[in-house]
Design a protein around this ligand. Structure first.
Ligand code: NAD
Length: 501
């Protein structure tokens, strides 16, 4: 494996070979923490996608016939390799993506967990058997692979998200053309390098670097790519869904969030503050599950506000690889500007800026993209800062009178990914589980912390009804086939010949 600081120019991986982009053009990946150069990558286009898709299509014909337990064993080796390289990948992630070491390690660990889990699916991949309504007839359903899967990922979980898609797609017998985000190409590259080292045959996994408009869109429109799995913004999801419509593709979308933590009067407030800090400011708020709203019952509003602001002001900004850093940079200048524009929107709307609200400088921070963790108070549920995904270290405190109002406010946004409630009352907790319209609900924990063996995804505009992780992931990457075996030796007509039995 190439080490950071060694070879700095990277290539696409197509058909088991490392190749430049057809155009010969390149782009750079730089660290959001301090501007350091991470590497130079091929700026690919439709011709490169076409080549990768052709290779993946050919490789599919053999890979689909490799017994699923054997495919699982390759994933098992991949998980072991990820484990061996965990420190190295963690360090690289603090540099290329910017998140702090503990969280970067968690990102890699998620991929390890997912790969071990999906390795096991190679020996399960359960279908169903049912009785037949006719004598001497056997019924079953089995999962079938689909073909070439186009994998398009964001930068915020640069090792975990590719694993959520690629591990289940592979174990099910599909082949892959992977386009990672242009902000984290080296992590994508190393992911594929380790897959190859684990024994994935040439052509089965291919990586094509480049932008969404050129590479991503070419994948979405390719007639030989029947499945597209995208994690990204709502806007990108809508474009991908439209562009894939003519091909009637399977499109799996994991999109934005506007997640809320509810804190009721009977909550343990210190626990709630810990949960809010972790969920709102971890990964600098750049998680799809980030808690960008905190809905607080009046009785504890002032207390919670004070404790939260005190805790936020103790958070240390800095480079992710230093142990004392609590919050790293945001991904790039555009993100910094967008986050700050929401501070201006919030103050303009009349929300009370309690802390933060500015680009951070000094102590070397000017070399990267750092934003002070920001808390708004007295936010009204219909303000833009309480409705739109900011994707940065900004959260909005919304006071409410009752549990019912809290649920109404929590549900009153276009997204439905994650939610959480802090309460000591078990009945209230179960009502919240029933009434919060999100794909994930936490009780007495923040909005983030999913485990790989349960379905992951959201309701409403967070997606289009699919789920990642757990067995649900296999639904995205397989087609059900129902099989009827008639061993009666005569014509038996379903719904007609069995009526007198
Ligand atoms: P993005 O939508 O800008 O980009 C995502 C990927 O799509 C990138 O690889 C990009 O190059 C590609 N892309 C862009 N336009 C495309 C097009 N027209 N056709 C094909 N591909 C295209 O998102 P981002 O800024 O990288 O990530 C942040 C977003 O991702 C946030 O909205 C966040 O909530 C969401 N996200 C969701 C989840 C989830 O599981 N629900 C997880 C992480 C991030």
């Amino acid at each position: 494996m190439r080490l950071l600081g060694g070879a700095k120019t990277f290539k696409n991986y197509i058909g088991g070979e490392w190749v430049d982009a057809d155009s010969g053009e390149t782009f750079e990946s730089t660290s959001p923490a301090n501007g350091d150069m991470i590497g130079v990558f091929p700026k690919s286009g439709p011709a490169d996608v076409e080549r990768a898709v052709a290779v993946a299509k050919e490789a599919y014909e053999d890979w689909r016939l490799v017994p699923a337990p054997k495919r699982g064993e390759i994933l098992f080796r991949f998980a072991q390799l990820l484990t061996e390289h965990k420190d190295n990948l963690t360090d690289l992630m603090t540099r290329e993506m910017g998140k702090v070491r503990a969280e970067a390690g968690g990102d890699v660990q998620e991929a390890i967990d997912m790969s071990f889990y999906m390795a096991g699916e190679g020996r399960r991949m359960y279908g169903q058997t049912t009785p037949s309504e006719l004598r001497d007839k056997f019924n079953m359903s089995v999962r079938m692979p689909i073909g070439v899967v186009g994998v398009i990922t964001p930068w915020n979980f640069p090792i975990a998200i590719p694993s959520w898609k690629i591990a289940p797609a592979l174990v099910a017998g599909n082949t892959i053309v992977f386009k990672p985000a242009t902000d984290t190409p080296l992590l994508g590259e190393r992911f594929v390098e380790l897959l190859a080292e684990a024994g994935v045959p040439p052509g089965v996994v291919n990586i094509v670097h480049g932008g969404g408009g050129a590479v991503g869109d070419a994948l979405v429109r390719s007639p030989d790519v029947p499945v597209i799995t995208l994690t990204g913004s709502r806007e990108t999801g809508v474009a991908v869904l439209k562009n894939a419509a003519d091909g009637l593709k399977h499109v799996h979308l994991e999109l934005g969030g506007k997640n809320a933590i509810i804190v009721l009067d009977d909550a343990k407030l210190d626990l709630a503050v810990d949960g809010i800090i972790w969920s709102a400011f971890g990964t600098s708020g750049q998680r799809c599950t980030a808690a960008s709203r905190v809905i607080v019952q009046r009785g504890v509003y002032e207390q919670l506000k004070k404790r939260l602001v005190d805790a936020v002001e103790r958070l240390q900004l800095g480079v992710g690889w230093e142990d004392e850093t609590d919050i790293g940079p945001v991904i790039n200048e555009r993100a910094l500007e967008k986050i700050h524009s929401y501070t201006e929107i919030g103050t303009g709307e009349g929300a009370d800026l309690l802390t933060g609200g500015e680009v951070a400088g000094g102590d070397g921070l000017d070399k990267g993209f750092y934003y002070r963790p920001t808390v708004f108070g007295d936010v009204k549920p219909d303000m833009r800062i309480a409705q739109e995904e900011i994707f940065g270290p900004t959260t909005a405190l919304i006071p409410v009178e009752s549990f019912d109002e809290a649920i109404r406010v929590a549900n009153g946004v276009q997204y439905g990914l994650s939610s959480s409630i802090f309460t000591q009352d078990v009945n209230t907790a179960f009502r919240a589980i029933r009434d919060l319209d999100t794909g994930i609900t936490y009780i007495n924990a923040g909005t983030t912390g999913a485990e790989v063996h349960l379905p992951f995804g959201g309701t409403k505009d967070t997606g289009n009804g699919h789920r990642e992780a757990g067995q649900a992931a296999l639904d995205v990457f397989t087609e059900w086939k129902s099989v009827y075996v008639d061993y009666s030796g005569k014509l038996q007509r379903a719904q007609i010949d069995n009526l007198d039995e």
